[in-house]
Ligand binder design. Sequence first.
Ligand code: AMP
Length: 278
Amino acid sequence: MAVFKDIASLRQWRQNLRGTLVLIPTMGNLHDGHLALVRLAAARAEHVLVSIYVNPLQFGPREDFATYPRTLDRDLQRLHEAGCQTVFTPDDGLMYPRGRQDICVVMPPHSLSKVLCGASRPGHFAGVCTVLSKLLHIVAPEILILGEKDYQQLRIVQQMVADLNLNVQVLPAPLQREADGLAYSSRNAFLSPAERRIAPLLAETLFDLARRSGGRTAVSDLRMAGWESLEQSGFLPDYLELRDGQTLQPLSVPQTGARWFAAAHLGQTRLIDNVIVP
Ligand code: AMP
């Protein structure tokens, strides 16, 4: 497995590459959800490149950038076992050589980026779009795979690719869950054993709301019931909303492609999840 740490040698490798290349951007601490993306990539293209970079630009000042789990040796081992051939592991000096102030950034549209996670994480999606456009320019893949776990991120990046005419196909990957329904996430590592037992109730609540959407109960009542049940289980909900899967605008009546979205704190850990309305 080739591990690139600088741009020049990666570009040289890219220039000589024949066949389709997929980029899977990650922040490391790889779990089975990430590895499902690698398998999807391997089925779609000859070459798979996983980037591992904890991007400081997408973390707010009071967020978990400093404590975000960094497990590079184990990640490389897992990628090797999963059949990934190429990894890019840039550092801050490579990605932001002039620092992070006063640089060009990519601003996503407000309608998609100021809602849901964007409302409580100002600047987060500009940080995501900026680092992803840099990675796309460095790696020049034909396909970019993003997980539906971060559904808002997926929609924003799809819009960025369309608005900026980027020459890449965005391929969404289905959200992967543990056996008890909890969405795989690097942040699950922060959960205490007691919190880990409660955590699947987030997905359970969303599946319950999705099942009941379109029935006799109004969306506002469903939302209130879901919010209360999360609180009673020990979560501190940030948002719980039914939104359109394309525009991410709120819906008072379920329609095809609608999704329930949630973010909730469990102790110090912020979990997100989403479920499509059948
Ligand atoms: P992250 O390392 O959290 O930035 O995630 C890297 C990529 O993996 C993103 O496209 C995520 O949406 C995707 N991903 C993370 N967790 C999951 C999951 N449970 N199921 C599917 N994709 C995921």
